[in-house]
Design a protein around this ligand. Structure first.
Ligand code: NDP
Ligand code: MG
Length: 355
């Protein structure tokens, strides 16, 4: 029975992780959130962790009062998140927080030689080299939770020599605005951007999927995780989200992982690898699933993918600037302060302005 520390338990990945954890019968040692104390309290009463953390200090104070009848320790802020990553006796740290706030706890867990199940892709985009180096040096491990990277990881099982890999192919759903032109995209609303055709996810990643920045971040994530140069990673639009990504080998064999659009499978694989066990993910019925289609990405109308590629080519801090600018721009879009196409404009401006 594994002991888990779950960072970001109240989010989309966090809630689905708890479903998986419950089926697997893992012990939950730590739960963290930002401000959603209503849900965090329910989760604490159900899973009985030893530590609960709220990033927000006021929320932490209220949670302390709510949990006064239990022996659960409550902490706040980055200090709390670091404690969550380093909590004694934990086998796996699952990081499902949103944004680059996940970087320090992930690094800390890896430096302690821990296994990290990583959903928080922004961490690898900001500081992938540092993170991979820390894992290598201190004997930590990173297991991908992002569905595309899990599909690649699954398709790489049994591959002893990475030199045999010709190309990683990331699939992208294309989001809610597939086929739209720039003029139409200037006018789309927050509500429309949050209506993803296949996946139900947190607001930030849903907007990233609509701009295609999500795929740009994932290209950088794949470069870091699998030590692949940019030229060996390509993106294909696959509207049905059934093939979750593919690996092309030097003999032209292509291996892929297929399944329903259900994050519980990649979450579970990151927790049970190298084993497979029955789990809660919805099975795929090949006879009733839609026909599989493929298109080239449209970089003309969706400039975020090209911006991410440019930052990846530049290297150094460029990907951190890309990610920071994108986090700020998406927050401004969600708050109604800027338009949808201002997101790539702001990211481009930041990439040009900051050396
Ligand atoms: P959500 O917004 O649904 O959840 C985010 C979680 O992080 C919540 O628990 C939230 O707490 C917490 N959180 C938010 N801001 C902070 C902060 N500043 N400090 C500490 N904790 C914070 O996001 P998702 O679950 O959708 O995504 C989480 C990560 O997983 C992201 O990096 C995303 O890119 C990645 N991912 C998500 C997928 C998905 O299907 N959702 C698929 C692949 C990757 P609170 O509830 O209190 O706000
Ligand atoms: Mg993904």
């Amino acid at each position: 029975m594994k002991k888990i520390s779950l960072l970001g338990s109240t989010g989309s990945i966090g809630r689905q992780s708890l479903e998986v954890v419950e089926t697997l019968g893992c012990e939950v040692a730590v739960l963290t959130a930002n401000r959603n104390i209503e849900l965090l309290e329910i989760q604490c009463r159900k899973f009985r962790p030893r530590l609960a953390v709220c990033m927000d200090s006021e929320a932490a104070e209220t949670l302390k009062i709510k949990l006064a009848d239990t022996d659960i320790k409550v902490m706040s802020g980055m200090e709390g998140l670091m404690e969550a990553a380093l909590w004694d006796g934990v086998d796996i740290v699952l990081t499902a927080v949103m944004g680059m706030v996940g970087l320090r706890p992930t690094l800390a867990a890896l430096k302690k030689g821990r296994r990290v199940a990583l959903a928080n892709k922004e961490t690898l985009v900001c500081a992938g080299e540092l993170v991979m180096e820390a894992a290598e040096r201190y004997g930590g491990e990173i297991l991908p939770v992002d569905s595309e990277h899990s599909a690649i990881f699954q398709s790489l099982q049994g591959c002893g020599n990475r030199g045999e890999v010709k190309r990683l192919i990331l699939t992208a759903s294309g989001g809610p605005f597939f086929g739209k032109k720039r003029e139409e995209l200037e006018k789309v609303t927050v509500k429309e951007a949050l209506r993803h055709p296949n996946w139900s996810m947190g607001a930030k990643i849903t907007v990233d999927s609509a701009t295609m920045m999500n795929k740009g971040l994932e290209v950088i994530e794949a470069m870091r995780l699998y030590a692949m140069p940019l030229e060996k990673i390509s993106v294909v639009i696959h509207r049905e989200s059934i093939i979750h990504s593919l690996v092309e080998y030097c003999d032209n064999a292509i291996l892929a992982q297929l399944g329903t659009a259900d994050m519980r499978l990649p979450i579970q694989y990151a927790l049970t690898w190298p084993e497979r066990v029955p789990g809660p993910a919805t099975p795929l019925d090949l006879l009733t699933c839609p026909h599989l289609t493929f298109f080239a990405p449209d970089e003309e109308n969706f400039p975020c993918l090209a911006l991410a590629n440019e930052a990846a080519k530049e290297g150094g801090t460029a990907t951190a600037i890309l990610n920071g600018a994108n986090e700020a721009a998406v927050a401004a879009f969600l708050a109604g302060r800027i338009g949808f196409m201002d997101i790539p404009r702001r990211v481009e401006k930041a990439l040009k302005a900051v050396p």
